[in-house]
Design a protein around this ligand. Sequence first.
Ligand SMILES: Cc1cc2nc3c(=O)[nH]c(=O)nc-3n(C[C@H](O)[C@H](O)[C@H](O)COP(=O)(O)OP(=O)(O)OC[C@H]3O[C@@H](n4cnc5c(N)ncnc54)[C@H](O)[C@@H]3O)c2cc1C
Ligand code: SF4
Length: 476
Amino acid sequence: MKPFHGFKHIERETPQLEPVESRLKHFQEFDVPSGTDLPQRQASRCMDCGVPFCHNGCPLGNLIPDFNEAVYKGEWKVAYELLSETNNFPEFTGRICPAPCEASCVLNINSDPVTIEFVEKSIIEHAFAQGWVQPIKDIKRNGIKVAIIGSGPAGLACSDQLNKLGYHVDLYERNDRIGGLLRYGIPDFKLEKDVIDRRIEVMKCSGVGMFTSVNVGVDLSVDELLERYDKVVLTGGSTIPRDLPIPGRNLKGIHFAMDFLEEQNRVVAGLHTKFDTNILVENKHVLVIGGGDTGADCVGTSNRLKAASVTQIELLSKPPNTRHSDDLWPNWPMVLRTSSSHEEGCDRAWAIMTKRFFSRDGVHVSGVELVDVEWTSDENGINRMLEIEGSARTLLCDHVFLAIGFVHPQKEGLLSELGVALDEKGNVETTHFKTSIDNVYAAGDVRRGQSLVVWAISEGRAAAEALHADIPQGVN
Ligand SMILES: Cc1cc2nc3c(=O)[nH]c(=O)nc-3n(C[C@H](O)[C@H](O)[C@H](O)COP(=O)(O)OP(=O)(O)OC[C@H]3O[C@@H](n4cnc5c(N)ncnc54)[C@H](O)[C@@H]3O)c2cc1C
Ligand code: SF4
């Protein structure tokens, strides 16, 4: 077949998934390995557009048509080299990116987009399997010491970039393991943790220093930090969860989503043998408040832990199944998304407000009072919410997970000790990734608010670039 003609004959196809019944019995990833034929065929669907809108859709600017062409031709090493130019960790994005590139793929105007994310994952997995992903041993050092605080995707990407440029990089993490939300937050069934370990090993062997269980600002004082290092990059994430301060909030059984998800990551890692008895959901009725991805992760986790029922509610209206006429390609479409966790079993409902939690014994939550709401927008486009009269009702539940977002980074400790300026949302304020404190930079969720892994990687790279640009020429 001629290059770039596959879309005429080949349908979009992604790897098969293990059937629901069997995948619910474990916490591992559940796509069936597909070899190299399927990605090669799928890559041939890329049209090599004159203006590849997918570039714009990808926050990393991945060279998508180029790596698609290489994969189509079976030039896997070329594909790996192209992918590595823009993305430090395709093995993360290839698994858990929502793939805004696919939304802006030109084929997506009137057909199914190229399976870009799947091709990306196939390239990097092939590269690891072939032994192409190796530590870099011969880096010329420039003598400049950088501390990076927070080991999520932003901190990891920033460390990787600066290390390759010759900086002496030390990455600090207050948790007991490296990875940020990749490690503790995102369930293992979406991202198995040996995928992180594999990359960490390559980075360590390339010279990045990694220090866990160090809460910078507490265990390592800010004075010491600034004395030891020439430059500091803050990549501590956006960790303060949004609360729902309604009557009954203090009842037992109401948890922040992260308390549940992190605990389960630790159980899977063998770090806890017994689950926190407060969050034992087996045979219990679970209510997840918040219709986003974190909520979906609570659904998937609850189902694997054999909850009796799982309900997920959302305050906003149900999105349409297809784009509205004013929601135009190549923008990210505001449509209903159904994740693999939803397919595993869950009652979903929208436009519902939680009024109060109640308890039969006065200690543990036994249900919620809900009311339907209606969303309208006024002549200025401002959305207004109205409670629908007579719609109040109760829903019985034994556990509630609050998955309604994160408000800002933690201020106590490092940020307040540094005295770094914050923006109106409480995130670290920056100009070109520089904070208000000399020689201190910031990237990722700590700066832009809770976002996506692909954005965190992009920000980590951009902060590294900004830091490097501030170093007088001639060093290195
Ligand atoms: C449950 C959940 C599921 C998600 N699923 C997806 C998904 O499927 N796809 C996707 O693209 N995005 C997803 N996201 C969002 C994504 O995980 C984040 O946007 C991304 O991890 C942000 O990266 P980061 O490096 O900025 O911060 P984080 O990943 O939050 O890492 C920050 C790290 O800094 C450490 N830290 C903070 N302060 C200090 C200190 N003083 N000293 C030492 N260490 C410190 C923290 O312990 C943490 O480990 C999800 C988020 C959540 C909560
Ligand atoms: S990182 Fe995300 S947006 Fe970029 S090419 Fe990969 S799947 Fe698409």
